[in-house]
Design a protein around this ligand. Structure first.
Ligand SMILES: Nc1nc2c(ncn2[C@@H]2O[C@H](COP(=O)(O)OP(=O)(O)O)[C@@H](O)[C@H]2O)c(=O)[nH]1
Ligand SMILES: [Mg+2]
Length: 313
């Protein structure tokens, strides 16, 4: 099983469930198109992507002489891979010292958890990691990050609840520079009911970091909750306008049937998805690979139809 198999099981069940229903048919007809459309929409690929995919498939069916529903699967997979593009060739290695990552996103999307997982990932590679508890809004936020620091073997810079988030970030960066850490990861607050204030707070953190270490933060990671489906798109726009997002983490992919949102995000916003969260444990973070992702989405399709290229060979 591929890395995404487990995390995508709910999405695949729904998506592939709809497709499987119509693919046994001997002819491509209206029911087949409806089944494919339903599968795409239910996985939350969105209307635009769904329409584009369907139009492309219909053209291949009429002009390209595709006659069997089962062959549509391969065509669909091909088109999805084109939309998702090549892997971004993500280079995780810190390119300067310290490499500064700032995590943003609304409350509950999985920021703090993702930071714990990221920290674990880098620690496993031998990097020295410092975490900054700039979510000073809730005392519990700092405690939670402190636990992740312990679990992953990172150090933590924190302050009292209510302290200025930007000054925590500044202190942490100062410490990272002076004490020679490879990586600084900054956790932030995400309360949305004060949207404007939140954005101002995040901008200030970013400004303060950039002043102390020009070029930082090197990565502004937006953490989105995959279970919110299409809502993720408007959040991404909001945060990008506010602080300039460089990459996405899609958390909780394991808990949703809306995994198609990854495709919609890529199509609509063009941001690279860097990681996906596939569970609550420290190792449940996967580097995102578009090809592997699409393959995982169709895993059962290949088994059931026997169109796995390895099998054919
Ligand atoms: N199933 C699952 N749960 C997750 C994942 N990432 C985070 N969570 C859970 O989501 C909840 C909120 O996470 P948290 O990191 O506190 O979100 P924050 O408010 O953005 O910092 C917690 O209960 C996490 O365990 C994931 O990839 N899969
Ligand atoms: Mg948090």
């Amino acid at each position: 099983m591929g890395r995404f198999s487990q995390g995508l099981s709910k999405t695949r069940e729904l998506f592939w469930g709809r497709l499987a229903k119509v693919l046994g048919r001997s002819q491509i007809n209206g029911t087949v198109w409806e089944g494919i459309e339903e599968g795409l929409m239910l996985s939350d690929m969105g209307l635009e992507v769904t329409t584009e995919l369907l139009d492309g498939l219909k053209e291949r069916a009429t002009k390209g002489g595709l006659r069997e529903p089962s062959l549509l699967i391969e065509a669909l997979k091909e088109r999805l891979k084109v939309i998702m593009g090549e892997g971004e060739g993500i280079d995780l290695r810190p390119r300067t010292k310290p490499w500064v990552i700032m995590a943003v996103g609304i409350n509950g999307t999985g920021k703090t958890t993702t930071i714990g997982k990221l920290s674990h990932l880098y620690r496993r590679e031998g990097y020295r990691v410092l975490l900054a508890a700039s979510d000073t809004f809730r005392a519990a936020g700092t405690e939670q990050l402190s636990l992740w620091a312990q679990f992953s073997g990172a150090d933590l810079v924190k302050n009292r609840p209510g302290a200025d988030p930007a000054s925590v970030a500044y202190d942490a960066l100062e410490a990272a520079i002076v004490r020679g850490y490879d990586l600084l990861i900054v956790d932030t607050a995400g309360r949305l009911h004060t949207k404007v204030n939140l954005m101002e707070e995040l901008k200030k953190i970013k400004r303060v970091l950039g002043k102390r270490l020009p070029g930082s933060p090197h990565e502004v990671l937006l953490v989105l909750d995959a279970t919110t489906g299409q809502n993720a798109i408007s959040q991404a726009k909001l945060f990008n306008e506010g602080v300039g997002v460089t990459g996405l983490v899609l958390a909780k992919l394991d808990g949703t049937a809306k995994g198609g949102i990854v495709v919609a995000i890529k199509e609509k916003l063009g941001f690279p998805v860097r990681f996906v969260g596939t569970g609550e444990k420290i190792e449940d973070l996967e580097l995102f690979d578009p090809d592997e992702f699409i393959d995982a989405l169709f895993e059962e399709a290949q088994v059931e139809l026997g169109v796995d290229s390895k099998k054919r060979a």
